[in-house]
Design a protein around this ligand. Structure first.
Ligand SMILES: NC(=O)c1ccc[n+]([C@@H]2O[C@H](COP(=O)([O-])OP(=O)(O)OC[C@H]3O[C@@H](n4cnc5c(N)ncnc54)[C@H](OP(=O)(O)O)[C@@H]3O)[C@@H](O)[C@H]2O)c1
Length: 334
């Protein structure tokens, strides 16, 4: 089968589409998926550079964390899927290949209104966002959510999920143009952070946020950016606010004033999907299938596709994601 292969860890020029061995025959609850489309993630860029090794049992040099495709074979104990079914989901690696083995508990059925290309833009962004803001941070309907890098794949998914429950959302981006597009998707207020060091002025950021939010602090912050906004986040949170840490593009280390966290009784939560045990991933997938897929089926939620590349254009796709120009997902078609 064809797969996206990392020849040497380093730049995008080291990627190629290579013939590799097909996965073994299905056993037990395994499903063999004929992948029709996948999408890129920041983790692919890091793995390509040799900074984010695949967990044990997943290919070191075949990239890909999400897929949409057709069931081609099922193990003897598979209960919920049959050959020919259209499925999508997440995996810890190897999704940018023509075939992929997945446990059935990590698959969801693609709604009829979505093509494979559209479906491939959904799993990583929507499962991460749903699991972070609702399952982990317990965001409620009368609360306010702030999303850093709201124009990212995960950010746009979180924005749509929150607006589907009528939750007020403030978003940040370094790019004004992305915030304008987000406002068309329901963002209540956007804050351009490009060129401004809010880490140096955390109180100014918090005052601005309060001004935008009827003089109240924020209940939940979905941080897809990392260290640069840490102080500003602590200043901006309401009493009993929750900060959910999901990404580290701006750095992974910051200083913490314990008293600030204690006096406001804040919760700082970290999350990562890729290295979770199968059972926990299955729970996140089941929550996605129950609460997100029906909203995709009725059109309330929509995949956020920025660009579609043919799988042969994998080098160009990586360079594009790395440029930070994307607004939503970069999809790869087989
Ligand atoms: N923990 C998990 O399980 C998990 C799962 C999925 C994704 N993630 C992480 O979540 C984050 C978002 O993922 P994604 O796929 O949605 O990202 P994406 O679509 O690639 O967008 C990332 C955006 O972050 C902003 N950004 C990049 N570098 C930045 C910096 N140094 N400072 C501030 N902003 C910066 C840029 O937008 P602007 O134009 O707005 O600056 C960029 O477009 C990534 O860090 C990713 O690794 C974590």
């Amino acid at each position: 089968m064809k797969a996206v292969y990392v020849k040497e860890f380093g730049g995008a020029e080291n990627l190629e589409l290579r013939e590799v061995e097909n996965p073994p025959r299905t056993a037990g609850k395994e499903v063999l998926v004929n992948v029709k489309a996948s999408a890129l993630n920041r983790a692919d860029l890091l793995q390509r550079k040799g900074f984010y090794p695949a967990p044990e049992g997943f290919p070191e040099r075949i990239l890909g964390l999400e897929f949409a495709g057709e069931v081609s074979e099922i193990g003897a104990e598979v209960a919920n899927f049959n050959p020919g079914d259209r499925v999508f989901g997440i995996t810890a690696g190897g999704a940018q290949a023509e075939f992929l083995l997945s446990d059935e508990s990590l698959l969801a059925s693609i709604p009829e209104n979505l093509s494979f290309t559209e479906a491939a833009a959904v799993p990583e962004a929507f499962i991460t966002a749903h699991d972070a803001i609702f399952t982990n941070a317990r965001l409620k309907e009368n609360e306010t959510l702030m999303i850093h890098a709201v124009g990212s794949g995960v950010g746009l998914a979180a924005l749509q999920l929150a607006k589907a429950r009528n939750i007020k959302v403030i978003g940040t981006s370094r790019t004004a143009d992305k915030l304008e597009k987000c406002e068309k998707l329901g963002l209540d207020f956007g804050i351009v952070t490009g060129g401004v060091s809010f880490d140096a002025n955390p109180k100014i950021f918090a005052e601005l946020v309060q001004h935008l939010n009827a003089e109240k602090g924020i209940d939940v912050i979905l941080d897809l950016v990392g260290a640069a906004y840490f102080q500003a986040n602590l200043e901006s949170l309401n009493l009993k606010g929750r900060l959910i840490l999901v990404g580290t593009t701006s750095g992974a280390k910051a200083e913490l004033n314990f008293s600030q966290v204690m006096s406001k009784r804040l919760k700082i939560i970290g999350t990562v999907l890729r290295s979770r045990a199968g059972g926990e991933k299955a729970e996140a997938t089941a929550a996605f299938a129950a609460e997100v897929v029906p909203l995709l089926a009725d059109g309330t939620l929509k995949p956020n596709i920025d660009q579609i590349f043919k799988i042969e254009e994998i080098q160009k796709a990586h360079e594009y994601l790395e440029s930070n120009a994307s607004f939503g997902k970069v999809v790869l078609e087989f």
